[in-house]
Design a protein around this ligand. Sequence first.
Ligand code: ARG
Length: 592
Amino acid sequence: DFLKKTTRRFVSTTNEHKNMGTLKKQLEKLFEVSLKETVPDVVDVEPLVAACAGNNNAMSLWSKIKGKDTRFKGPQPVGQTIMKNLPQSEMIESCSVAGPGFVNIVLSKKWMAKCIQKMLVDGIGTWAPSIQVKRAVVDFSSPNIAKEMHVGHLRSTIIGDTIARMLEFSNVEVLRRNHVGDWGTQFGMLIQYLFEETPNWEEAGESAISDLQAFYRASKAKFDEDPAFKARAQQAVVRLQGGESQFRTAWARICEISRREFQVIYQRLGIVLEEKGESFYNPYIPRVLAMLNDQGLIEESEGARVIKIEGHNIPLIVVKSDGGYNYASTDLAALWYRLNEEKADWIIYVTDVSQQQHFDMAAKRAGWLPSQANLYPKTSHVPFGLVCGEDGKRFKTRSGDVVRLVELLDEAKSRCKAALVERGKDAEWTADELEQTAEAVGYSAVKYADLKNNRQTNYIFSFDQMLNDKGNTAVYLLYAHARICSIIRKSGEDIEALKQTGEIVLDHDDERALGLHLLQFAEVVEEALTNLLPSTLCEYLYNLSEYFTKFYSNCQVVGSAEQTSRLLLCEATAVVMRKCFHLLGMIPVYKI
Ligand code: ARG
């Protein structure tokens, strides 16, 4: 039965139903028709459409048909014919051929306006990209029990949450998994220390461990210094893993204290996660390894049991020489579970660069995963760089300790509050409003500062930079949104009513540019998901605010003849900005 579950059909992602959603795809559809008409004998021509620029098939087609198809004398006529064969479409205002056959498309502003208006009425959900995945596992955050959750885990938490949000927006069912380290050898040391330091630990309850990090450090010190204790601790792991009740109880208690501390951070940051820690997969390991063994994939190497991985000198150790399981055996069992019990099509691991694992290569050898990249199910690793201090070195406190995340978030919030008070908001707003705005801006700033960088690079954590109200920061963007909301408010118009009755017109160049950018939203989310790069969405958001600024400084809104249309354009911008904030885990503010 176990084995039966493991046989799975691999699904191709190409040639399935083409999504009508994104602008680019809609243009591709038109060019597909034209290309079939232009070069019926050439099969499998993928329409090459660059975002809102036009089509670039002529050059490569020319080299294919040169000498064979006498109708054409060069790439330019090929482009001309592609243009001529484009089907009638309300999308297109005009087209022209430039250079060696590049087909330029000018989108119809009427069509653009209609799309934006439709989104305002039907909701931004209609602009969600549709991707071919039904169910995804996002494995993120995943701190280790009893150890401090550090800034590296913060990065994983922020990046993973955004990826999960983008998938959810795209109508993918997401299993948000916290793969906490709750099963390592550290537990022998912790439990043994608890037993020895607090013999009445069972009655003492939570008070036996008032500060988990201090407790961890103390037990680690004893473990390193005292060989006899070390031996007892190693015994304790064996007894824990053997399931002895006293050891299990102590283990569960330590996990619970840790879990509660993590929860404080998740709650503050608005992160939803379901814990399925390493211990969860433990019962599956023997069966999974037996199966791999039957397939002849597991070999003996220097006393350990290993799986060889092509292209890697060091094999994957799945049973240590002492007979125990390790991190990789757990991950193999977890992967098996996610593929076969949870039936995930896409499994995404968000861990720092140093944690690139090879267990999915073992899974390919076992036939659990297809070896071709375009087939599902698939796994993706989302690596990210270090968080550095302003000195460019690994982010630490002045005394060299790991930075406590609670304190970090506190500081972001209190700095924001101070800035708001300085601008007199404490007199203008209620205490609650002040508190909530400081929190929204502060936490959003921490997230955005992380997400806006290409995740692979190290990034410098600087409160001064992230809380600046100018430049590409959350503060600037949140304020830009609040300003748009206040334009709409001050107009005195009922925007909900306008959505139904008013009409958008994109006559001014800056209106058109803003409109075009709005229409690219779905494409950008899709791209951010394809590359698993949240920074793509941040860049889009920042550019959106730039397009809006340009529009607003050149086009009078309130009191102009175009007031209705322009207010609707303001609203559309605010709606798209809010969706970006939401996908990036930021909380919008409505007044400043
Ligand atoms: N607990 C690990 C750490 O703190 C991260 C786990 C990542 N997920 C996984 N399936 N290996 O670095």
